[in-house]
Design a protein around this ligand. Structure first.
Ligand SMILES: NC(=O)C1=CN([C@@H]2O[C@H](COP(=O)(O)OP(=O)(O)OC[C@H]3O[C@@H](n4cnc5c(N)ncnc54)[C@H](OP(=O)(O)O)[C@@H]3O)[C@@H](O)[C@H]2O)C=CC1
Ligand SMILES: CC(C)CCC[C@@H](C)[C@H]1CC=C2C3=C(CC[C@@]21C)[C@@]1(C)CC[C@H](O)C(C)(C)[C@@H]1CC3
Length: 604
């Protein structure tokens, strides 16, 4: 069968690299996914894997290997230091990434140790803090790998199933010699997005119209006495919605946060390697920015600024944020037309203006070192959400003549504050989340970050201003306990997975059972990751419920966040499931057999 746009065709017998090694085996090509540019191949022992074109060769130019797999480290080292192996990176950073950063002209086969280092290297590595190199566990890991390659390799091989699974005689590994190596093609062209998500052009067009209207609609209903979704909302005059003064404030807020982002405080770390071999650097200073924002707002309030302005201009603020999101998305789309091909996101390069505008074409749009996607994901929206919550607490006190906010308002404020501070405390982890590594930055994420997050996540506090809810002590204790349970699951699951991905040999995780996969990575199969396949989602959902309960049971509207999060996470889970099945093949099926439930134990 012909597979358009691919070098190899379905049914071709080619040589495929065994993941994590420099060995090539004969494989049969099964299919090609143009979207992610991966071939599904099957080895003679029945293992199905996904390989990049760069890891596949024509059978000509190979000879069966006579060497044993475990060459001495010194040998590996001398080969990897061959003058032909120039890299884009400085010599001080050869701990990982050699594979990803070789210049196309000089690209040769990476050695096994290097590949292992790539797979196991930290997702985010500190670079400097005002000139000083930082030390942390992650970097230690990478350094250890470099210092004791043989030892490290032994540990890794014991954790990872890097050997062929069955019948060694069946498929002979072949090794490519230096002379025989074909130069790999430079990744100059971006993958064309062929499979359109979310209902394609029509779907994203509807979402683009419907989502902003939905946010504004929810806000209007929330401010009504009868906050029922069934009762017709009393619509505000359209011309009152766009206020240039309010728009100016939204722009100022964005610029203020941008200023805090570029302050030279906080360490700089490298994200995960991009497909084009680049390692982007990110400054980690959300906590500094948070403290400075609180100080600035405190000073403003002290000077007589009335934060309840946010409450009285809530709709106008949302409309201005929407306008700002649209303008920013247009800018992002236009600049993506000039972006180098290798910096385009795999999911936002369909050629359809509307679809690419929505999904985002450019993966990591930057102005000099200023990373727009990373900045928007954590700062103006999340921080804005907290400021809105605080403003709602003040407005509640004002409206109901209270000396303190109500217990329900205090709970909602504290829960949200805690969630955002946790995200800031674990800021580096965001560098490896799907949105950072894979998604283009377009209208969906811009709108999500700048309008959806601040104005829908704060609906509970907005609701409480007009709909006070008395909470008895047992309820307060119950709700706090629920949030603590949810948070513990969320945090433990995320931290365990992140720690395991950074360093699978981490002694603190040695009690956990794992399933090896043919890619060299393992899957956690005990502890929380043995309870359900997405314990972090479970924790997030329990917390979401705890955030809504303080608002009582009179209306469904405060439960909007739980409904949104359930929908989003169920969709994400299904997408991730499909990706992992493609990536890990039969090992994923084994994992699913062992861990039967996806998010909720014994239910789903
Ligand atoms: N509040 C909100 O609006 C939202 C919050 N979130 C939260 O963000 C966080 C990140 O979510 P997201 O990026 O979607 O997904 P995850 O952090 O769950 O990442 C999924 C990846 O984890 C790895 N993995 C899966 N199972 C295992 C296992 N058993 N052992 C080891 N690794 C495994 C796989 O990647 P690999 O094997 O390649 O490492 C898989 O692709 C979550 O806590 C989620 O709740 C997300 C969206 C919205
Ligand atoms: C417009 C749509 C309907 C959907 C928009 C989705 C976005 C709002 C979310 C996609 C993933 C997100 C994450 C967080 C916030 C919401 C968005 C942007 C997150 C930053 C919240 C704080 C967490 O601790 C986190 C794990 C860092 C989250 C990462 C994903």
């Amino acid at each position: 069968m012909r597979m358009p746009g691919s070098r190899f065709q379905s049914g071709d017998m080619v040589m495929g690299r065994w993941p994590g090694s420099s060995l090539f085996y004969e494989v049969k090509v099964l299919s090609y996914d143009a979207k992610i540019q991966l071939y599904t191949v099957i080895y003679k022992d029945g293992t199905e894997l996904e390989l990049r074109e760069a890891d596949m060769k024509n059978p000509t130019g190979f000879k069966p290997s006579r060497r044993s797999r475990s060459r001495s480290p010194s040998r590996r080292r001398s080969r990897s230091r061959s003058p032909a192996r120039t890299t884009r990176r400085s010599s001080s950073r050869t701990t990982s990434g050699t594979f990803a950063t070789e210049t196309p002209a000089a690209r040769k086969e990476p050695k096994m140790k290097e590949v292992l280092e790539i797979r196991l290297s930290p997702v985010a590595r500190p670079v400097e803090n005002n000139g000083h190199k930082h030390e942390n566990k992650e970097n230690d890991t990478a350094d250890k790998v470099n210092e004791k390659p043989a030892e490290q390799e032994k540990i890794l091989e014991s954790r990872y199933n890097l050997r062929r699974r069955k019948d060694d005689g069946d498929a002979k590994p072949a090794e490519q010699t230096e002379e025989e190596a074909e130069p790999k093609p430079a990744a100059a062209t971006a993958p064309i997005t062929t499979e359109l998500e979310l209902g394609g052009r029509l779907g994203v067009s509807c979402m683009m119209l419907f989502l902003p209207v939905a946010v504004l609609g929810l806000m209007v209903v929330c401010s009504q006495e009868d906050a029922s979704l069934m009762s017709p909302p009393s619509l505000p005059a359209l011309d009152s919605l766009l206020d240039p003064h309010v728009f100016g404030m939204v722009v100022l807020w964005f610029l203020f946060q941008a200023l805090l982002y570029v302050l030279p405080v906080g360490k700089v770390v490298e994200g995960i390697p991009l497909k084009n071999g680049e390692w982007l650097k990110y400054r980690m200073n959300t906590l500094h920015a948070f403290v400075l924002t609180v100080a600035a707002l405190g000073a403003a309030v002290h000077q007589g600024v009335d934060l309840s302005y946010i409450h009285s201009h809530f709709l106008q603020l949302a409309v201005s944020s929407l306008l700002f999101s649209v303008l920013l998305s247009v800018y992002l789309y236009v600049r993506s037309r000039w972006a180098p091909q290798d910096q385009l996101a795999p999911g936002g390069n369909s050629g359809s203006v509307i679809y690419d505008f929505f999904m985002g074409s450019e993966l990591n749009p930057r102005i000099k070192g200023f990373d727009l996607k990373y900045f928007c994901e954590l700062r103006p929206g999340l921080m804005g959400w907290l400021v809105i919550n605080a403003a709602m607490a003040l407005s509640e006190m004002k409206l109901h003549n209270l000396d303190y906010p109500s217990p329900a308002m205090i709970l909602v404020n504290c829960f949200h504050l805690f969630y955002v501070l946790d995200a800031y405390w674990h800021e580096e982890a965001v560098l490896c989340y799907m949105d950072t590594t894979h998604a283009g930055f377009g209208f969906m994420l811009v709108f999500g970050d700048l309008m959806w997050v601040p104005f829908t996540f704060s609906l509970q506090s907005y609701y409480l201003v007009y709909h006070p809810n008395h909470l008895s002590l047992p309820w307060i204790v119950g709700i706090v306990t629920l949030n603590v349970i949810g948070f513990s699951i969320f945090r433990k699951a995320n931290s365990q997975k992140n720690a395991f991905r950074r360093n699978p040999s981490d002694p603190t995780l040695s009690h956990l059972k794992t399933i090896p996969t043919a890619t060299g990575k393992s899957l956690l199969v005990s502890g929380l990751w043995g309870l359900v396949r997405h314990p972090n989602y479970l924790g997030d959902l329990i917390m979401a419920l705890a955030w809504s309960l303080p608002c009582g049971f009179t209306h469904i509207l405060p439960y909007f966040y739980v409904i949104y999060l359930t929908t989003l996470l169920v969709h994400r889970e299904a997408r991730d499931e499909a990706q992992c099945r493609r990536k890990y093949g039969s090992a994923w099926d084994d994992y699913c057999r062992e861990v039967r439930y996806r998010i909720i134990p014994r239910v789903y």
